[in-house]
Design a binder for this molecule. Sequence first.
Ligand code: GLP
Length: 245
Amino acid sequence: MQIIVTRTFAGASDYVAEIIADLVLSKPTAKLGLATGSTPERVYDKLADMHFKGLDFSRVSTVNLDEYCGVTGDNPVSYRYYMNEKLFSHINVKPENIYVPSGINNPEEELELFSYKIYNGKIDLQLLGIGPNGHVGFNEPGDKLHRAAHITKLTQSTIDANARFFNDKSEVPTEAITMGMGDILSAASIVLLASGASKADAVKALLMDDYITTQVPATFIKMHAAATVVIDYELANMIGYKVKG
Ligand code: GLP
C-alpha cells in the first residue's frame, strides 16, 4: 500500500484529483469507480475545474459504489443527485457512460445490472472514502463480508454518521445497495482518501496494524497490490503514523 501524507486536506484532495486526471490523460477511455460523501467533494470540484481547463471526459465511463434504498435519483439525499450536482453536470462525461446503482428498482435485476457494470471492462481506479466504523461503500463491519454487489442493512454507526445529510436521523434510509468487497478489490487500482478525527480508528486499523478483519472492512484494502491511501498530516499525527524521509 502506498501511503501519501499531505500538509492539508485540501492538498490531499488535490493530490487525488491529480491521480484521476493523470489516468484520464493517459487513458481517455478510463473507467472510474466513484464514491460519495463529504470526503471527495473537493476532488470533484478540482476535476470540474480541470475539465473547464480542457480535461476531456467524453470517453470516460463511471460506476458508483453505492446508493440508498428507497430513494429516487431526483431526491437531494440520493447519491445519484450528489453525483449529478458535484461532478457529472460539470464535466463532459456522457450520460450513457454513467452508472449509479438504483435503490428503487427491483433488487434482483438491479444487482445483476450492477455486477455487469462493474465487470464489463475492469474499473481502472476505484475512489474510496471510509466510514468511522471502517466501512467502504456500504460494506458494513460484521462476521462476514460480501464478495459481490448486494443489499445491506446499515449499522447504527453509519446511520448516525450520515444523519447530517438529512433533516432528521429518522429519515436516513436503513438499507442500501453497494458493491461488495470483491468488487472493490477487482479494480486495477484503489485510492482511499480520509481526513478527520472520526476516521482515526478506522484509518489506524488500515495503516498501523497488519491484520485484516471483517470488523473493519477497509483493512481488506491491504491485500490490493495497487492501493494508495491519501491522508492529511493531522490525521497521520492522530494515528501515530510517521512520515518517512
Ligand atoms: C457513506 C458512503 C461511503 C463513504 C462514507 C464516508 O456511508 N457510503 O462510501 O465513504 O459515507 O462519508 P464521508 O466522506 O461523508 O465521511
